[in-house]
Write a protein that binds this ligand. Structure first.
Ligand code: KG4
Ligand code: ZN
Length: 318
């Protein structure tokens, strides 16, 4: 029998759904409240939940329509159950549960971060999932290294003790007067010939990820120059910040990779779109799997893909 998996993602500001038929992605619709959030300089949870509430059924109808399916043909519903903004997760969960009880589809709660971890394997048939791998999720909410032994044996090796890397990018961009989300703007303005400022300096590669000190150092630097009415070289500040944070991320990742017996490093999450990270990570190993740019941010394709892979690899598709 054909399996028709519907994926639902509502953990933060994207409302997204996707359909996979017998393992193949046939439709994917995403809409985002990022523009509304921009006026507040970051994600306001209430704005995100209301946006999901308003858009979920439109996204559902378009996803079905694009794939030419009726609701009753859906056999499995995979939805983001954690982690995320509680209100946003509740709206998506309620939608998934109601739909499953109406049409009798099997309900599969998914950890959003595992979606990011396997996102490189969406539409990149040249890449192969090989265990064990070292997984790195870098996003607005997470900076986490995982020991991925199998599709569902996943252990945390290092995670941030304070701010997530994407959040720090957004705050640094904000103090420079750039809009939300600031990560892509900092990245776009990177100039390696101007990345010489040092804000915090050396961390041991054995340390836990921690970026709030770097964030505070950049913000204080900018405030000091403003108080002294000195000109700001935004490109120099953004470039130096980017080099310092990504170099630290890479040192810590390389340290754990070299100690372990991993086949490859697999990276996912919004910050995996970063150009400096994508090119320099290759210095650790050539065996790096990174998602296509369109699957770096939050999306339902990765949620439903992970759910399908999990059941497929464990022989539990029926
Ligand atoms: O994974 P994601 O879309 O949402 C969460 O689950 O958090 O990640 C969003 C984060 C934002 O902080 C955004 O600024 C950052 O990813 N980001 C980037 C880049 N593109 C997005 N950070 C650095 N460089 C980029 N090119
Ligand atoms: Zn995410």
């Amino acid at each position: 029998m054909k399996t028709v998996f519907l994926g639902i993602e509502t953990s933060c500001d994207e409302t997204s759904m996707a359909i996979i038929v017998d393992g193949k992605l046939v439709s994917h619709v995403t809409t985002s409240s990022a523009q509304q959030q921009a006026q507040y300089g970051g994600v306001v949870p209430e704005v995100a939940s209301r946006y999901h509430l308003k858009n979920l059924h439109h996204v559902f109808l378009k996803t079905l329509n694009d794939a030419n399916f009726e609701p009753r043909q859906i056999t499995h519903i995979a939805y983001t159950a954690l982690p995320g903004l509680p209100g946003s997760i509740h709206v998506g969960t309620l939608f998934a549960k109601m739909l499953s009880s109406l049409i009798g589809a099997k309900l599969i709660p998914i950890n959003h971060l595992y979606g990011h971890l396997f996102s490189p394997y969406l539409e990149q048939q040249n890449l192969k999932i090989e265990f064990p791998f070292l997984g790195l999720v870098v996003s607005g909410g997470h900076t986490t290294l995982y020991d991925v032994k199998s599709i569902d044996e996943i252990e945390i090796l290092n995670e941030t003790s304070d701010d997530a890397i994407g959040e720090v990018y957004d705050k640094v961009a904000r103090v420079l007067g750039w809009s939300y989300p600031g990560g892509p703007i900092v990245d776009k303005n990177y100039d390696e010939t101007k990345a010489d400022l040092k804000f915090v300096g050396h961390h041991s590669p054995k340390d836990q990820f921690s970026y709030s000190g770097l964030k505070t150092a950049v913000i204080n630097y900018v405030h000091k120059l403003n108080q002294q009415q000195k000109p700001l070289d935004k490109i120099e500040i953004a470039s130096s910040f980017q080099k310092e944070i990504i170099d630290d991320l890479m040192n810590k990742t390389a340290y754990i990779f070299q100690k372990g017996n991993y086949k490859k490093i697999v990276i996912g999450g919004g910050v995996s779109a970063n150009k400096y990270l994508r090119t320099h990570m290759q210095n650790i190993t050539q065996n790096i799997d990174i998602p296509l740019l369109k699957y770096t941010g939050d999306n339902a394709a990765m949620i439903v893909f992970y759910a399908y892979q999990k059941l497929f690899l464990k022989n539990e598709l029926d």
